[in-house]
Design a protein around this ligand. Structure first.
Ligand SMILES: C[S@@+](CC[C@H](N)C(=O)[O-])C[C@H]1O[C@@H](n2cnc3c(N)ncnc32)[C@H](O)[C@@H]1O
Length: 209
């Protein structure tokens, strides 16, 4: 990430969160996590990116910088009025507003509007709700796409987090790893259906001969 305007906005948000008169905690990802997301998105050329849990828009900037480079967009969901206002300011200051669609309101109620296919989905809302988003959005993730869930290490042992890991592991077309970065992020890739080779097909034809 080389855009000075984006970095300046990120630094301002880091300063803002130090203030004691903040109305609500911002609970952002780490800079390193954001950079990893940005790099993966650029590497994969992701254009359809979804985020649940915008807060101040700190993480969204890392996603949107890559979306801009790839000719895509980020859709991000937030329900707190205070944070919606903050995020709008953030997107304008960073010069990334035209690459972001901010869905205002309860994401649980708007998830059926979130038509796929998505290339990358970032879950960073309420931890107990991760399972709901996964079950609603998995079919809308393209094969080879990624779903990333935050707070896997910081909230290890919480019912919502453990239930999420268990549920995801039950899907045969999902492969996951938890990366010890920031609060701990679980990356889950949607496996593409295996293509049968001519040898497989021949073996099937002669089964029982
Ligand atoms: C951990 S913060 C997100 C931090 C942000 N991703 C970042 O790294 O800068 C979680 C946010 O999700 C929002 N949220 C939680 N449940 C939500 C829901 N059902 N619909 C919309 N927003 C939700 C909260 O208001 C909060 O701002």
């Amino acid at each position: 990430m080389r855009d000075e305007q984006v970095w300046q906005t990120l630094r301002e948000l880091e300063e803002l969160e130090q203030r004691e008169d903040l109305q609500e905690g911002l609970w952002r990802i780490s800079e390193e996590t954001g950079l990893l997301f940005n790099l993966i998105l650029r590497h994969s050329g992701a254009r359809r990116i979804l985020e649940i849990g915008t807060s101040s828009g700190y993480s969204t900037l890392f996603l949107a910088d890559a979306a801009r480079a790839n000719g895509g967009k980020v859709v991000t969901c937030e329900m707190s009025e205070y944070k919606i206002g903050l995020a709008k300011e953030t997107f304008a200051k960073a010069g990334l507003a035209e690459h972001i669609v901010l869905l205002e309101g309860n994401a649980l109620e708007r998830v059926d509007e979130l038509d796929g296919p998505w290339d990358f989905i970032f879950l960073d809302g309420m931890k107990d709700e991760y399972i709901f988003y996964f079950s609603e959005l998995w079919s809308k993730l393209r094969p080879g796409g990624l779903i990333v869930a935050d707070n896997m290490i910081s909230h290890e042992g919480y019912l919502g987090i453990e239930a999420y890991k268990f549920t995801v592991d039950c899907f045969e077309d999902a492969a996951s790893v938890t990366v010890p970065i920031g609060s701990g992020d679980r990356f889950t890739v949607k496996l593409a259906a295996l293509q049968k080779t001519a040898i497989d097909q021949d073996a099937e034809k002669h089964q029982g001969d």
